[in-house]
Design a protein around this ligand. Structure first.
Ligand SMILES: Cc1cc2nc3c(=O)[nH]c(=O)nc-3n(C[C@H](O)[C@H](O)[C@H](O)COP(=O)(O)OP(=O)(O)OC[C@H]3O[C@@H](n4cnc5c(N)ncnc54)[C@H](O)[C@@H]3O)c2cc1C
Ligand code: SF4
Length: 511
């Protein structure tokens, strides 16, 4: 059997062997594992979440969130302000739940990585082949016009009216019909998450996947990483009560930018950088209501992005939110709350994403949980106020009658004069309401052990045999949606590791 679950593990403990064990099946883990398996290596994935195939996805929020999201989507970054975040815990990781925007890191970011690491292969030209491989694998391409709804047309036309630059998104989809259920799992299989792209490729090449297994410890012998140990979770009782151990020639940790450093921090590693450089592209939600139906739930989410302010690290875009999470995240009670929700069909939810100008840190917290600390900078604060004002301007230019601003102290604006009353002086940072879905940077890649955690092959400087391949290895924030860049780096790390392991295998055979 290639996909195993709790019931398949011996109650007294299960033992496995492989060439490579990959922890996590999201953007980083699945892409790396597929490359390794296709190179002829015996790959075994350990995934904390369950296997939920396309046919099981549905629009029921509470049921889907508890099955597919870590802690049912209730995780938060602590700081000023606190920033709620969500990530996937299922086969496919966060790619199973993401919006499907498929962008490469911009050239200036890649060229900066090449310059700071001294490795030209991390630059635009050097990464070209890896990006091409990823885009082919996940069908990154333009959206068919019939799957684009009025909400996106308003955004696009609004930018045109104001003379602002827009970019039409490429998305990782094949025959997407715009059902707009991406964040609860694509029910048609159109979205090419790793669940339906890289994982089937890896499994076709012979890989196995242990699901419902939380890896809790690395096995280290003679200063080398030789496997992992964890426990399987009983899906009914949620008790972690079956021990699972995997021995391997190499371990790839791809548990995401919070859980990768959290797992590594459980060991006596000395790197000062481990857990630091946490980046998250914080995002503010600006809700507009129009005097006519927008039907934002019809058609795909975020077909285009406003790129006019990208030079300042600001991206503005539509972000369709289903009624249940919208109800949970608007601040009023009773009649005022109903007043907003009754107009759901006339509502357009948009976001202002700001590229980090600061960093946070992942710590080991009590009760077996990571703690993430991050405070936005003064400049980020000013950019949120600026970006919010620009989105309000676009909505009023397109005929909105009110805009709900992301500030605790001042929520509804009916004109631009009201919006302009908000200045960096009239608010506190803690008044901002933010959220994020892009977690990056906590085991950064580099060419020197003093300033990075992994080397340019993704291997931990201080633990041979242990590699990282996920969003944690980003040296800096990239300012655009990260999945394609994570997969490109996963491809690069997978290829380099495959070459190394195959060379050892051939040398052993020759001897
Ligand atoms: C709602 C949402 C919308 C998004 N929209 C977009 C978008 O449109 N475009 C885009 O580019 N990006 C988007 N993103 C971000 C993108 O999906 C992530 O950046 C990317 O998936 C991160 O890849 P990763 O490999 O670092 O981690 P993940 O994809 O999160 O994978 C980590 C995996 O590791 C598993 N794991 C964690 N700890 C353990 C452990 N101890 N043992 C075993 N397994 C473990 C997790 O269960 C998970 O499956 C979105 C994210 C979300 C949540
Ligand atoms: S909008 Fe497209 S990709 Fe998203 S869930 Fe619907 S069919 Fe799938």
């Amino acid at each position: 059997m290639t996909i195993l679950r709790y019931a398949d593990y011996e109650p007294r403990g299960a033992e496995f062997d492989a060439d490579v064990v990959v922890v996590g099946t999201g953007a980083g883990g699945a892409s790396t594992g597929a490359i390794l398996a296709e190179a002829g290596l015996d790959v075994l994935f350990c995934e904390e979440g369950g296997y939920h195939p396309t046919g099981s996805f549905n629009p029921y929020m509470t049921e889907s969130m508890s099955r597919l999201y870590r802690d049912s989507g209730t995780t938060s970054i602590l700081g000023t302000p606190n920033i709620p975040y969500v990530e996937g815990r299922c086969v496919g990781g966060s790619t199973t739940l993401n919006g499907g925007m498929a962008y490469r890191a911009p050239d200036h970011v890649l060229d900066d990585w090449a310059a700071t690491t001294g490795d030209p292969t991390l630059g635009t030209a050097g990464m070209e082949r890896h990006f091409g491989m990823v885009e082919e694998s996940i069908h990154a391409g333009p959206q068919h016009a019939t799957s684009v709804g009025d909400d996106n047309r308003i955004m696009y036309q609004g930018a045109q009216k104001l003379g602002w630059k827009s970019a039409v998104n490429t998305r990782n989809q094949s025959h997407c019909v715009g059902t707009n259920n991406c964040i609860l799992g694509c029910p048609t299989g159109a979205k090419q998450s790793t669940l339906v792209s890289y994982m089937p490729r890896a499994i076709r090449a012979g890989a196995r996947c242990l699901t419902e297994v939380r890896v809790e410890r690395l096995l280290i012998e003679g200063g080398r990483c030789v496997g992992v140990e964890g426990r399987a979770v009983n899906p009914r009782t949620r008790a972690y009560d079956r021990r699972v151990r995997v021995r391997a020639r190499a371990v790839v940790v791809s548990a995401g930018a919070v859980h990768t450093p959290y797992l590594l921090l459980r060991h006596k590693l000395r790197s000062r950088e481990l857990g630091r450089n946490f980046l998250c592209h914080p995002n503010a939600k600006i809700i507009a209501q129009y005097p006519f139906d927008v039907h934002a739930w019809q058609g795909v989410s975020q077909w285009s992005q406003v790129r006019e302010f990208h030079g300042d690290g600001i991206v503005l875009a539509e972000n369709m939110v289903p009624p249940a999470p919208l109800a949970a995240t608007i601040p009023w009670l009773g009649r005022e709350h109903m007043d907003i929700l009754e107009r759901y069909n006339q509502t357009l939810v948009t976001g202002c994403l700001v590229e980090d100008s600061t960093t946070g840190r992942v710590h080991r917290g009590p009760l077996g949980m990571p703690i993430v600390r991050y405070d936005i900078s003064d400049w980020d604060f000013q950019r949120f106020i600026f970006g919010t004002e620009r989105l309000a301007e676009l909505h009023f230019a397109m005929g909105a009658d009110r805009v709900i601003l992301p500030y605790r102290s001042f929520h509804i604006a009916r004109s631009m004069d009201e919006v302009r009353r908000v200045t960096p002086q009239s608010l506190k940072k803690s008044d901002l309401e933010l959220f994020t879905v892009h977690l990056m940077g906590t085991t950064r890649m580099g060419s020197r052990p003093e300033s990075s955690v992994v080397d340019l092959d993704g291997q931990l400087w201080e633990l041979p045999g242990c590699y990282v391949a996920d969003a944690s290895v980003f040296p800096t924030a990239i300012g655009v949606n990260p999945q394609v860049t994570i997969m490109a780096l996963g491809t690069r790390i997978g290829e380099r590791l495959a070459t190394r392991l195959m060379r050892c295998r051939h040398a052993a055979a020759a001897a």
